[in-house]
Design a protein around this ligand. Structure first.
Ligand code: FAD
Ligand code: SIN
Length: 489
């Protein structure tokens, strides 16, 4: 089958790209579960941009570079920051309802920001963006949506991408197009404790890597400091904007410890806060406390967090100290792209969390992810629109759906849990060279237990997780010194 453009992924990056590109051709939007199932839909805190009179581009660039330990690509950072205000304006024009106070866009602050510059919709910013973009995509006659469709492989040869092989309704289908845009999100599911939804199994990065795409900065996994320390899958996030609005962190002795660790205290960059909490946890549980703030304000500002804690965990945000722990949250690296989202594979673009534009460096500044996804998907779409190449096809060896026994699926589930535990214990917040090397050996052993190729979605996901876990460790081994999220003891 043929279409003009294929987009894989229905988070902010995939949806925004689809809306733009659909003006110029037929788009097939593929997503592995329902449209809304994405990290985007989980985003709480907001989206950063220079919107206040007291703020300027230089300050946002500087904060982004400081958080990223100056490992960032400065040109990419400048580009993202400069286009930030129009990205917010565009979202508002599309119908996203950000918080307005006294007729002005309300702006909050998160870790590492020197100014209030985060636009938000309560504590469910991502849901508001996702809902708005999904409604527009569903109405667009040029966009065909395939939900519950798994992108298995790229159809690529000699660094040229021709299309995508997918599994839909238990059939393997090869779809050819002028260009393929991967926007498959993050990798959090590789770790035992994560804030990421189930879909975040690193599929796009593994697919692109298999086709010969270059990856960059894979060692920089960001751990969010404050996930709820009550075991559920995924861990529920307690937004950094709680600290932006005055929440403090206290240890098991009731002491506030971040004031001694960094001049910005609880609002220090995330890698620093996460490591501090991790070391305090050796002495006992760590808590987030906002109970000193007015209860009505807390309920109004954080309605989702307040009600989720109350209903699901019997905790009261206005009174209780909330137990927190760091959890795998975001991949700062990914498939290497230029400012147009292009990779080293012709006709293959990568966008959003799975792409490495270089803006985040060694550690992402809070709320820069939705911004990056929005700005670069907008820009890439402008470039892709002008593509007028013929749709070419290429022969890919036929693949027939193979029956998998229940014992094979069980085995792959066991392997998945092993990967998650190994990555959490050995490739987490604190790393050592010897454990990184040992883990690589373990992963190679696990790899041999899986079939070389598969049409089973569960097994394909585990294989993708293994591929990307290996890329993370190999990059971590190559980096000689600690930097940002990569911390060697
Ligand atoms: P996603 O939104 O994750 O979308 C990926 C899509 O790809 C999904 O639709 C998925 O189903 C699909 N997909 C994956 N694999 C396949 C496959 N093999 N076949 C078909 N489809 C596939 N960032 C901020 O800037 N501000 C915040 O406040 C914020 N809060 C966050 C809170 C939480 C709990 C989490 C988890 C993240 C948060 N982030 C935040 C990060 C941000 O939400 C993500 O980085 C961003 O939404 C990623 O967007 P995306 O479009 O790249 O990917
Ligand atoms: C949060 O709300 O704390 C998440 C913000 C982010 O990941 O940028």
């Amino acid at each position: 089958m043929k279409t003009d453009f294929i987009i894989v992924g229905s988070g902010i990056a995939g949806l925004n790209a689809a809306l733009n590109i659909a003006e110029f051709g037929k788009v097939l939007l593929i997503t592995k579960k329902r449209l809304i199932e994405s990290s985007t839909n989980f985003a709480q805190g907001g989206i950063a941009a220079v919107l206040a009179k007291t703020d300027d581009f230089k300050k946002h660039v500087k904060d982004t570079m400081i958080a990223g330990c100056f490992h960032n690509n400065r040109e990419a950072v400048k580009f993202m920051v400069k286009h930030g205000p129009e990205a917010i304006k565009k979202l508002m024009n599309l119908g996203v309802k950000f918080e307005i106070i006294e007729k002005k866009l309300a702006l909050t602050r998160e870790g590492g920001h020197s100014k209030n510059r985060i636009a938000y919709a309560g504590d469910r910013t991502g849901e508001e963006i996702e809902k708005t973009l999904v409604a527009l995509v569903e109405k667009n006659p040029n966009i065909t949506i395939w939900e519950n469709t798994f992108a298995l492989d790229l159809i690529a040869k000699n660094r040229m991408c021709y299309g995508v092989r997918v599994i839909k309704n238990n059939r393997v289908i090869d779809v050819f197009s002028r260009a393929v845009i991967l926007a498959t999100g993050g990798i959090g599911q590789i770790y035992k404790y994560t804030t990421n939804p189930e879909i975040a199994t690193a599929d796009g990065i593994a697919m692109a890597f298999k086709a010969g795409a270059l990856t960059q900065d894979m060692e920089f996994i960001q751990f969010h400091p404050t996930a709820l320390a009550i075991e559920r899958k995924p861990l529920f996030l307690l937004s950094e904007s709680l600290r932006g609005e005055g929440a403090i962190l206290i240890n098991s002795k009731g002491e506030r410890f971040m004031c001694h660790a960094h001049k910005l205290a609880e609002l220090a960059p995330r890698d620093i806060v996460a490591r501090e909490i991790y070391s305090q946890q050796k002495l006992g549980p760590v808590y987030l406390d906002i109970s000193h703030k007015n209860a009505a304000f807390i309920r109004k500002r954080f309605p989702k967090i307040y009600s989720t804690l109350k209903k699901k965990y019997s905790l009261d945000l206005t009174r209780d100290k909330i137990p927190v722990t760091p959890a795998a949250h975001y991949l700062c690296g990914g498939v290497k792209t230029n400012l147009n989202g292009e990779t080293n594979i012709k006709n293959l673009c990568c966008l959003g969390e799975m792409a490495c534009t270089g803006v985040h460096g060694a550690n992402r500044l809070a709320s820069n992810s939705l911004l990056e996804a929005m700005v670069f998907s907008e820009h890439a779409a402008e470039k892709i629109k002008i593509k007028r190449d013929e749709i070419k096809t290429v022969n890919k060896p036929a693949l027939h759906l193979t029956k998998i026994s229940s014992s094979q699926t069980c085995a792959s589930r066991v392997i998945k849990e092993e990967i998650k535990t190994l990555m959490w214990n050995n490739v987490g917040i604190l790393r050592s060279k010897s454990r990184l090397r040992e883990t690589l050996v373990e992963l190679r052993r696990l790899e041999k237990l899986l079939p070389a190729s598969t049409t089973n979605i569960e097994i394909a996901e585990v294989k993708n997780m293994l591929t990307v876990a290996r890329l993370i460790i190999e990059a971590a081994i190559k980096r000689k010194k600690s930097l940002g999220c990569h911390f060697v003891v």
